[in-house]
Write a protein that binds this ligand. Structure first.
Ligand SMILES: NC(=O)c1ccc[n+]([C@@H]2O[C@H](COP(=O)([O-])OP(=O)(O)OC[C@H]3O[C@@H](n4cnc5c(N)ncnc54)[C@H](O)[C@@H]3O)[C@@H](O)[C@H]2O)c1
Ligand SMILES: O=P(O)(O)OC[C@H](O)CO
Length: 366
């Protein structure tokens, strides 16, 4: 990879929410130490005005802290907030995408023709888009729009825990270019953040995407006070549907990927401590009478859920293929989110759960 900066790579982070800020902090701690990287990490900020009247980007650069999305944590003096997307990426040869998935397509369109030649990307975004042609993973959207290689990094990574350097693992998914994956792993690895690489980009990205739908289901059972056994059942059925759905979309997806941090570990941490779970619990406690949008705004103060929109996107794919009955958990979550079913339905479908063992097994049924 040619970087044109006297051998040093320049990193830019596109996104400055909760995980975007933590990822910038982690990367900046490494770029300051590693000789093959330029110290500065430029972080694109979707600009907003704080209640004090100050601009968020100015506040970050003054206090070295993102007081809205990661209060109380110093990011490092080498994290530079930049509200101008074009200027944030102009010198970078390593781009980290970490915005809520619903914004990435618009961002990519703005970046067309603005990147340095040979730039590489990684997506930390958990989500997908559904197009006329079918589902499109975010890494593919980045590659298709910008014509650049894009790996993914997913895992059991609740940002607030990584912000205070509690031990976590993560998984980088790549397609063919192992050297690029290793470069990203070097940039992300710290003693408290251990990264493995896996040649299964779709498997890794679908794990990170689909677990958010299962987390909504886990939150619903918490809100219904169903207890740990029910939640464990939801997680087991959810994992099984995640694997089956992934393999139907991409037969190359590997079973082993579900045993990496991006798979079972992320599913567990999200169903125990994530935002999707928390808001879904409140939704069930309110008997489904207050919408997810309303609860998200009230509880997350600008942070975004990915599970509700992902449930809708997955449902579109299931409906298109006539697969709803094969994926009762994934389908039911969407039907509850849009108010078509009550929250209690989350445990009512399970007796009809079909046998999904055919997917990737010896008895294909279609
Ligand atoms: N927070 C976590 O613990 C965590 C961990 C792993 C992965 N992720 C994933 O990372 C991605 C980003 O999440 P996050 O936690 O950094 O964000 P967030 O939910 O904390 O913050 C929302 C972000 O969206 C920005 N935004 C609002 N409107 C926008 C617009 N119109 N255009 C562009 N940006 C806009 C806000 O400025 C803010 O930076 C998501 O896909 C999420 O699933 C999050
Ligand atoms: O808080 P959530 O539900 O968006 O989940 C955060 C991360 O994806 C956990 O790995």
């Amino acid at each position: 990879m040619e970087n044109g900066h006297a051998g040093k790579h320049r990193v830019a982070v596109i996104g400055s929410g909760n995980w975007g800020s933590v990822a910038s902090r982690l990367l900046a701690s490494n770029t300051a130490k590693l000789p093959s990287f330029h110290d500065e990490v430029r972080m694109w900020v979707f600009e907003e005005t704080l209640p004090t009247g100050e601009k968020l980007s100015e506040s970050i650069n003054q206090a070295h802290e993102n007081c809205k999305y990661l209060p109380g944590i110093k990011l490092g003096t080498n994290v530079i907030a930049d509200p101008d997307l074009e200027s944030a990426v102009k010198d970078a040869d390593m781009l980290v995408f970490v915005t809520p998935h619903q914004f990435v397509e618009g961002i990519c369109k703005k970046l067309v023709g603005k990147l340095r030649p040979g730039v590489e990307a990684i997506s930390l975004i958990k989500g997908m888009e559904v197009k006329m042609e079918g589902p499109c993973m975010i890494s593919k959207l980045i590659t298709n729009t910008l014509g650049i290689n894009c790996c993914v990094l997913m895992g059991a990574n609740i940002a607030n825990e990584i912000a205070v350097e509690k031990f976590s693992e993560a998984t980088i998914g790549y397609r063919e270019d192992k050297e690029a994956a290793n470069r990203w792993a070097k940039l992300f690895t710290t003693p408290y953040f251990l990264v493995a690489i896996v040649e299964d980009i779709e498997g890794v990205e679908l794990c990170g995407t689909l677990k958010n739908v299962v987390a909504i289901a886990a939150g619903l059972v918490d809100g219904l006070d169903m207890g740990n056994n029910t939640k464990a059942a939801i997680m087991r059925i959810g994992l099984r549907e995640m694997r089956a759905f992934s393999k139907l979309l991409f037969p190359s997806v590997r079973d082993n990927t579900f045993f990496e941090s991006c798979g079972v570990a992320d599913l567990i941490t999200t169903c125990l401590g994530g935002r999707n779970r928390r808001v879904a619990e409140a939704f069930a406690r309110n008997g489904g009478k207050r919408s997810f949008d309303e609860l998200e705004a009230e509880m997350l103060h600008g942070q975004k859920l990915q599970g509700v929109s992902t449930a809708r996107e997955v449902y579109e794919v299931l409906t298109y293929h006539g697969w709803q009955e094969l994926f009762p958990l994934l389908s039911t979550v969407h039907e509850i989110c849009i108010g078509q079913l009550p929250p209690t339905s989350i445990v009512e479908y399970s007796e009809h759960t079909p046998n999904l063992s055919f997917v990737g097994g010896s008895t294909p049924c279609y």
